[in-house]
Design a protein. Structure first.
Length: 221
């Protein structure tokens, strides 16, 4: 088993799946969670089942992983329910997106973050669309709000746990051709994810919270 241990939450497909595979390629031992058939993830991964929006499933995963020590916890999850002005968004849709994109990732960090060793990294997939200062074009108001909420919750978590010695990262991977990003996005995950992993490895051991893009450059809050 590799000396470097990673847990990738949300590796069923897209960026999470490519991230898990890239870490394996670089010699990490990777535990990857999926909501579907674990056989779909292929070889080289230790696979766990998790529906991240379920508090019960998250607690069960935490119990199964008791005693494990991680160098990296990476939480990847997001949904998009269309380009609808916020006044036309139903309460049910608002709740669904906020629970999936903001509450559940941070609840996962809270539940599993203590498995990360001092000097290890807790990272969450964010987006430039979560930047308040860069929100200068209209559209996708609910998605943007959910990512801004994610960033704020991660900031609160980092403030509360400032003395734990862990690196904390919000990562903007760019606009990728995934189910979420759509077929016309300029980047393929196979292009952007290796750069993301470069950032994760370069930032390891540097405590505190940073909001960075795939090139390691700071994203405006």
């Amino acid at each position: 088993m590799s000396d470097r241990q990673a847990l990738v939450i949300g590796a069923s497909r897209g960026l999470g799946l490519v991230l898990a595979a890239e870490l394996v390629r670089r010699g990490w031992h990777v535990i990857a969670t999926t909501r579907g058939d674990p056989r779909a993830l292929g070889g080289g991964l230790e696979v766990e089942s998790l529906e991240m929006t379920s508090a019960a499933e998250l607690a069960a995963l935490r119990e199964r992983l008791a005693g494990r020590r991680l160098d990296l916890l990476f939480v990847n999850a997001a949904i998009d329910r269309g380009n609808t002005p916020i006044g036309d968004v139903s309460t049910e849709t608002f709740t669904e997106v906020m629970v999936t994109n903001a509450l559940s990732p941070l609840r996962t960090v809270e539940a599993l973050g203590d498995l990360v060793v001092p000097g290890g990294t807790v990272a969450v997939m964010s987006s430039e669309q979560g930047s308040v200062s860069l929100n200068t074009e209209d559209g996708y108001e609910l998605y943007k709000a959910s990512k801004a909420a994610l960033n704020q919750l991660m900031r609160s978590y980092a403030t509360r746990t400032a003395g734990d010695g862990r690196t904390k990262l919000l990562i903007d991977p760019g606009h990728n051709r995934t189910r979420l990003g759509g077929p016309d996005a300029p980047l393929a995950p196979e292009e952007s994810v290796p750069a993301v992993v470069d950032v994760l490895e370069a930032q390891a051991g540097v405590p505190g919270l940073r909001f960075l893009d795939r090139h390691g450059l700071a994203v405006s809050w």
